[in-house]
Design a protein. Structure first.
Lengths: 275, 414
């Protein structure tokens, strides 16, 4: 599914781990790898990179390194478009001394504006990460059917052991309070109906896809879905969260907090944003 | 501390029991007739009050509701608390993140649905003051009040209708709900400014009061919300559940209410804004919200709605011409405003009309607004009665009219 994979490198201590991770993904998807570095090309850096590459990608034929100068975010985005990249891999930053991760300002810009999917890794490892427990955002949004379809494909390729699809009941408390005007039977009926509707929504999308042998668990939450999504990822110690992004937001829309921002703020685990 | 005498206590308890019982009966009947419970509760008050019981059983009415000043005072205190709590849950219902996620169409529906009825409500008394028996100096304030009183959509009534019609989760349903939420928030802000113009016994000058009101609003929605986000996880973890969050949220609601009352605006604003901040917090669980709603909706709300009917004679104060004028401008303003907003956001004409009909439901909020204006001498009983009738009629007609518009559309598209 991801035939062209790009990795943005910055010669940080985690570069080697990121290259190893990208290498692993290339193997799964049988694609080609493009390394993008924004900065001046010097013989030392080149030597450093080729040494790391020889260790991890020695056998890789389809690999290309692009050196470009300019504004980091803009240059990365432009290169991805020129090269028709399907998936861009980035590393997140870690708060010093703490076990929390965050996304730097460059990465944030790239994630928002990128036209290809973006995978952000919080803790890249040289021995690579296996995305075994995956959470997919199943909240009713325009992009959700696509997110679930792409997400499941990813999980299949990665051979994930558990896939959780989360959907929310909007304004659950308010709806139940309103339903509270009915009799006890009516109230519990409404409660069941609210939950069932959300399960049906996800099930409907699953039914429209090819059957898989993945272990899929549909979970319904109440409350703000971004908060619930982050909480659930933390609770089950997920390896990967897959969600979509609203495209084409106007300037006015950008003024207000958006759902994606909430996740970027906390970053509970590795994050794949499907575009 | 002074306390109620033996007889006062009996009288107070009898009042409360009668109010709750009759309210329950009428709420059930209203629901059987597919009407909002509020409609039944208000009718219960009219029947228990001077309008009906005062006519057919004046002695009993006198004994129950008029004979005991101390018990009346105690009841007034309870009703005051009920109003504050009603505004608290009205605030709790406003979910800003839902509004943002609906984007531009919600904002356009709600702003047009606010501005157009406001203009209608403002211009009618301003241009035809004799219709409302207004003096020149009261004209401006009264017109502002009328504009606000016609522009707030009753969110709980709307949600009920949408759920009954299975429209809640649709795009249209969400847009209507989000629109009504924005409406609520802005409507109350405007009214808080009007209240400070009325010059209730406050501690500050007019400009200061308006400034402090705005500052308090901004504070509650930013720093206040941030503080709640810090405190709530701790309360959820360390204190009893749901006891901890319930008693603390009530306590802070009353504190915020006391603060705004002290400012010279009204206690209800503090409660409303605290509700908005609390409802928008990430850590107030939906279960806790449901519990807060249930106990306020079923105990305090009926007491308040019944108390309206007890205060006023709806028969002698019923002015047909006035009721008609208010009904016409309220229907026209809201349906044209919200409908046009929806139409502009790309809804088909019949769908846009359905949005307008849905947003037309008015309820508790205009009644509370009217009551405050009545207590401050801004409006008289006749106008208050007309406002209550307007709230009843718009609430009762919203669902049938929406159904009609959508059926029409279904017929057309086959």
């Amino acid at each position: 599914m991801y035939k062209k994979l790009a990795l943005a490198i910055a010669f940080s201590p985690r570069m080697e781990a990121l290259i190893a991770e990208a290498r692993k993904l290339i193997q799964i998807f049988e694609g080609e790898l493009i390394l993008i570095h924004v900065g001046t090309k010097t013989p030392e850096l080149e030597a450093q990179l080729s040494e790391v590459l020889s260790r991890h990608c020695g056998d890789l034929k389809r690999i290309k390194t692009i050196w470009k100068e300019g504004k980091p975010a803009k240059t990365i985005l432009k290169t991805c478009e020129e090269e028709k990249v399907d998936l861009l891999v980035l590393g997140a930053l870690k708060k010093e001394g703490l076990l929390t991760y965050y996304i730097g300002s460059v990465a944030r810009k790239v994630i928002r504006k990128s036209t290809c999917s973006v995978l952000t890794l919080i803790e890249p490892k040289i021995e690579t990460t296996h995305f075994s427990k995956v959470v997919i955002n199943g909240t009713e949004l325009e992009i959700t059917p696509r997110v679930i379809a792409r997400g499941l494909k990813f999980c299949k390729a990665e051979q994930s052991t558990q896939v959780h699809i989360l959907n929310e009941i909007k304004l659950y408390g308010f709806q139940m309070a309103t339903a509270g005007e009915g009799t006890e039977a009516e109230v519990s009926n409404t409660r069941r109906k609210l939950v069932q509707e959300e399960i049906n929504y996800v099930q409907g999308i699953l039914d429209s896809l090819e059957p898989t042998d993945l272990k899929i668990n549909i979970k319904v939450t109440a409350g703000k879905w971004v908060v619930e999504l982050v909480r659930y990822c933390e609770f089950i110690e997920a390896d990967l969260l897959i969600m979509g992004d609203e495209q084409g937001l106007s300037f006015i829309d950008r003024l207000f907090p958006h759902d994606l921002e909430g996740v970027l703020e906390v970053l509970p685990c590795n994050l794949l944003i499907v575009k | 501390m002074e306390s109620l005498a033996h007889n006062d206590v009996i009288n107070l308890l009898l009042k409360l029991a009668t109010m709750l019982l009759v309210a329950r009966i009428f709420a059930e009947v209203a629901q059987k007739l597919k009407q909002p419970a509020v409609v039944g509760e208000i009718l219960a008050g009219i029947i228990l009050g001077p309008t009906v019981l005062g006519m057919i059983g004046p002695d009993f009415f006198e004994f129950l509701f008029r004979s005991n000043p101390s018990a009346n005072l105690a009841l007034d205190g309870i009703v005051q608390v009920a109003v504050i709590l009603l505004l608290f849950i009205a605030g709790l219902e406003v979910e800003l993140h839902l509004v943002w996620s609906q984007g531009k169409s919600a904002v356009s529906i709600s702003l047009l649905g606010l501005v157009v009825p406001f203009v209608f409500g403002f211009l009618t008394p301003y241009l035809f003051p004799e219709l409302f028996g207004l003096t020149e100096e009261k004209k401006m304030l009264f017109s502002l009040f009328m504009g606000t009183a016609l522009s707030i959509t009753a969110l709980p009534v709307v949600v009920r209708i949408l759920m009954d019609m299975n429209l809640f989760k649709t795009k249209m349903g969400m847009v209507i709900v989000a629109g009504a939420m924005v409406n609520d928030l802005i409507g109350w802000l405007i009214f808080s400014v009007i209240l400070s113009f009325m010059g209730k016994s406050g501690n500050f000058s007019l400009i200061n009061t308006v400034g402090i009101t705005l500052l308090f609003t901004i504070f509650m929605l930013t720093i206040g919300k941030g503080l709640l986000n810090k405190v709530l996880p701790w309360t959820n973890k360390k204190l009893a559940w749901p006891g901890g969050v319930l008693s603390l949220s009530m306590a802070f609601c009353f504190l915020a209410a006391a603060f705004t009352e002290w400012l010279g605006i009204h206690a209800i604003f503090g409660a409303f804004l605290f509700g908005v901040a609390l409802g928008d917090s990430d850590h107030l669980s939906e279960k806790a919200k449901e519990i807060i709603h249930q106990f306020i909706n079923n105990i305090f709300a009926p007491l308040f709605f019944v108390s309206i009917g007890l205060k006023i004679n709806f028969f002698t104060n019923f002015d047909f011409a006035l009721v008609l004028v208010i009904l016409v401008i309220s229907f026209a303003g809201k349906i044209i405003g919200s409908g046009y907003g929806a139409f502009r956001s790309g809804y088909a004409l019949k769908d846009a009309l359905a949005v307008g009909f849905g947003m037309n439901a008015r309820g508790a909020m205009e009644i509370i607004l009217g009551l405050i204006a009545l207590e401050n001498g801004l409006i008289d009983e006749k106008i208050f009665v007309a406002l209550v009738v307007m709230a009843l009629v718009t609430s009762m007609t919203a669902a049938p009219l929406m159904k009609w518009a959508l059926n029409k559309k279904a017929e057309e598209t086959g």
